[in-house]
Design a protein around this ligand. Structure first.
Ligand code: BGC
Ligand code: NOJ
Length: 825
């Protein structure tokens, strides 16, 4: 294997990834903002900002899949004599004397040095504020006085990111700005129905500005050589239509050794309808002035930054492990949890692979994301569950996605993904176990957001279960609908028309018979959870205020359904060495040794082993062995094997991908943890660990920086599988359910610290080589310091002491306060 070039390294003490070469194999990005106002920022300061919704409220413009890649962002141009450079190297690409980008927890710091001048920019979104701060520090490290010309640059998006890219006959006539002192306001469409505008401010007097892109850049120039910058002369242009931008021009003189700070602020404001204007066509700037006043000095900005750092300190203090293995500790304590916050915030909407216009929040995605996030900020998780459940239909089906701005179901994609309902149970149970807050079950939640249709959240869970039971196929297995977790297994699509969507097309009229073993396993796992929840209520742990139900009966009813499902899987879902994947429309097996290609799939192995279906008959062990034998490769486990080599009309999108990519035998990292959890439940710690380490970013970063291509500090959705042209190449980084599943796997199943209704269950599953480790876990109003002594065991807790006293069983009963726990395996 060729020697892999390195582009950066971890700095655990600062919780940063330090990029030392701007020419990373792909833009390596970070996310700014924790609620409402968000930005994406690459290691060269490319990217964009939006308010809540990357589609409907895009603040700055970004052109995806551009040439060169990642062009456009917040740029500072420094003109020092005849040399023009940027702290982040791009867009001018003037060779720098020093370059560094530090991606941290919701902030990024980019530093460049050229000819004795250092420019360091700290980018972050302050807590609870609708703005991005860019604190630029210019330092003269040379021995002569420097006269610098500084230009800032942002390009406005005309709010709706979709129409911004296509409706030019209108867009080129609507752009409007206002300039007031050092603030440039973007107010396109504010004259009509919008009650929001944006602004770009700097906390110093400016000597010029530009707001019209072509005037600033020049029609035949580029971001790399804007005319105004190259000539060192702002045009003071006032945009009318075309493409409005915001650029400040500042003349800076720095004595040797002198340093100056500039606070740039990209802000977003909403006004009440009757307070929109100050006078005819002049926008009301009161709120902008107020926001600027909160952040107009270095001290105020530093304070806001310190608050952000404290916020992350507190979040990352909730679960902390010390194993002595840096590669594991940094993922558990820093990056995995960080990525979980990001996926919670964005679902699958905006990344460098998700354009922000295609998808909003996914029903199944957001429920899974919850599991990685619920311990961080439970009240936000609670609200998310209610929002998600509000997009359910009365029959238990649900919208597959909803828009974060409106919280309404997305009609373009609609419903019919038959795994979706089960995930609501998965998310809700995780929330209750973390918080002990059963009252969420009493919340009145509408269907399809229709006022007047409210029933309790518990009722939503019940109809979710029922949706599966009422949609069983000929083998008494769950009907798959448009697709289950695998969006590309479209067994009712039957499309020969490339203009049809695989997900929403159903070219059959006589009803569908295709069934999913993945949903079967998911139903058993979530069904057991549901039964346990009903029993808790029946036993008086919680008395429902709003809903009437005999919970003991309900538990028995669902237990019966779960048992029947288990029987159906054993009877019709077992192929001899592994679980089948599905039955197609015609009742033929998918994922069977009898098949020509794709004889085995990962999803059903994961879910049916987690559900322990047929464990007593050796099915679980055989299935896990088959995963090792047929799915595992150097970079992880592929989704199916062998890969499809041709399009299969009856299967849909899955067979549309070339071999080894995406759902066709890619390493779809999301579902590797399912098998790993299956391994953990079966007590096979060595196997669990070896699967886990293969897709753990810190291990990958050490070995495959160039090959892997995407950010080495987070998981990506897909790594090219063994059948691909370049196995090991990663794609679709950041926004993937892998984040939550990796977290769930390592925190609860490998390290074995599982929140439960009445306390914390201790049940690690480790490689034999594991040594003693300690987990600090804040849990409700308690704080546990848990030390595990594995003694070479892979599984099995022998004894536990709580504050020096032995306890029975493996659940540490919850009680507020600080506790010390010792666990011997
Ligand atoms: C992708 C899936 C994704 C789906 C969303 C497909 O093209 O391969 O991973 O879930 O689109 O609609
Ligand atoms: C990505 C989608 O967001 C997710 O919902 C789906 O389960 C996977 N792709 C697999 O198709």
């Amino acid at each position: 294997m060729e020697q892999q070039k390195r582009y950066g390294h971890f700095d655990d003490q600062h919780r940063e990834y330090v990029i030392t070469d701007p020419q990373t194999p792909w833009p390596w990005i970070n996310y700014l903002g924790n609620e409402d106002f968000f930005s994406l920022i690459s290691n060269t300061a490319g990217g964009y900002s939006f308010y809540k919704d990357a589609k409907f409220r895009r603040i700055t413009r970004y052109r995806y899949n551009n040439v060169p890649m990642d062009n456009g962002g917040r740029y500072f141009y420094i003109k020092d004599g005849d040399t023009v450079w940027n702290p982040g190297w791009k867009p001018c690409k003037t060779p720098l004397d020093f370059y560094e980008c530090r991606h941290g927890m919701s902030y990024t710091r980019i530093t460049g040095r050229k000819n004795g001048v250092e420019a360091s920019v700290l980018f972050f979104v302050p807590l609870k504020k609708w703005c991005e701060v860019q604190k630029l520090t210019l330092t003269n490290n040379s021995s002569e006085t420097k006269h610098l010309k500084l230009f800032s640059f942002e390009e406005w998006c005309l709010w709706n990111a979709a129409t911004d890219m296509e409706n030019f006959q209108r867009n080129f006539s609507t752009g409007e700005v206002e300039i007031e002192g050092s603030t440039i306001y973007h107010k396109t469409e504010y004259r009509e129905r919008r009650n929001h505008y944006a602004f770009y401010h700097v906390n110093t007097a400016i000597q010029g500005f530009d707001t019209d892109r072509e005037t600033f850049v020049g029609l035949y120039n580029e971001f790399a050589d804007p005319q105004a910058v190259m000539e060192g002369k702002p045009r003071n242009s006032h945009a009318h239509g075309w493409s409005p931008i915001a650029s400040h021009y500042i003349e800076v003189t720095l004595a040797p050794g002198e340093s100056k700070d500039f606070v740039f602020l990209l802000g977003y404001i909403e006004n009440e309808q009757d307070k929109k204007f100050e006078s005819l066509q002049v926008i009301n700037k009161d709120k902008a002035h107020a926001l600027i006043a909160e952040l107009d000095t270095t001290e105020k900005v530093d304070k806001a930054f310190a608050e952000l750092c404290e916020y992350w300190d507190a979040l990352l203090n909730i679960y902390k492990v010390r194993t002595g293995n840096d590669k594991l500790d940094r993922m558990v304590n820093i990056w995995n949890q960080y990525q979980c916050m990001v996926t919670f915030n964005f679902s699958r909407s905006a990344s460098f692979f998700e354009s922000g216009v295609g998808r909003g929040m996914g029903f199944r995605d957001s429920n899974q994301d919850l599991v990685g996030f619920v311990h961080q900020i439970p009240p936000r998780a609670r609200q998310r569950i209610i929002d998600i459940a509000s997009t359910q239909f009365p029959d238990g089906g649900c919208y597959h996605q909803y828009q974060p701005l409106t919280k309404r179901g997305n009609n373009d994609i609609g419903g019919g993904f038959n795994d979706d309902p089960c995930w609501l149970i998965f998310g809700t149970v995780a929330y209750i176990k973390e918080t002990g807050d059963f009252s969420i079950l009493d919340e009145m939640v509408p269907f399809d957001n229709q006022p007047g249709s409210e029933v309790t959240l518990f009722e939503h869970l019940k109809i979710s279960m029922d949706h599966v039971i009422k949609n069983l196929g000929p083998h008494m297995l769950p009907l798959i609908g448009r697709a289950d977790w695998n969006d590309c297994l479209n067994l009712n699509c039957f499309s020969w028309d490339p203009n049809e969507s695989f997900q929403t097309t159903e070219n059959v009229s006589e009803g569908t018979k295709a069934e999913s073993l993945m949903i079967a396993g998911l139903f058993v796992v979530t069904g057991k959870d549901y039964v346990a929840l009903c029993k808790k209520i029946a036993n008086g742990q919680w008395s429902m205020v709003n809903g009437q139900c005999d919970f003991a009966d309900e538990a028995a009813r669902m237990q019966k359904a779960v048992d029947e499902m288990i029987e159906a899987v054993k009877k019709h879902g077992w192929d001899g060495e592994w679980y089948l994947r599905a039955y197609d429309f015609y009742g033929r097996k998918i994922g069977s040794n009898e098949c020509e290609e794709a004889k085995i799939f990962i999803e059903s192995q994961g879910w049916c082993t987690m559900a322990e279906i047929g464990a007593e008959d050796g099915m679980v062990a055989k299935s896990l062995d088959s995963c090792k034998k047929y799915l595992e490769c150097e970079h992880g486990m592929v989704l199916n094997n062998p890969a499809f080599t041709k399009y299969i009309y009856e299967y849909g999108e899955i067979s549309s991908y070339p071999e080894g990519y995406k759902e066709n035998a890619g390493i779809f990292c999301h579902n590797n943890p399912w098998v790993i959890i299956g391994e953990c439940i079966a007590g096979r710690g060595n196997d669990a660990w070896s699967h886990y380490a293969k897709i753990l970013p810190s291990y990958v970063e050490e070995k495959y920086q160039t090959l892997h291509k995407v950010e080495p500090y987070v998981n990506c959705q897909m790594v090219a599988g063994k059948d691909a042209f370049r196995p090991g190449e990663g794609k679709n980084s950041w926004l993937t359910g892998t984040a939550a599943w990796m977290w769930y796997t390592v925190s609860e199943f490998i390290l074995g610290i599982k929140p439960d209704y009445d306390g914390i269950r201790i049940d690690p599953c480790l490689p034999e080589t594991a040594t003693d480790y300690t987990v600090s876990r804040k849990f409700r109003d308690a704080e546990y310091e848990i030390t595990i002594h594995p003694n070479g065991a892979q599984k099995g807790v022998k004894s536990i002491t709580l504050d020096g006293q032995p306890i029975q069983g493996t659940v540490i009963p919850y009680s507020a306060g600080k506790h010390v726990v010792e666990v011997t395996m």
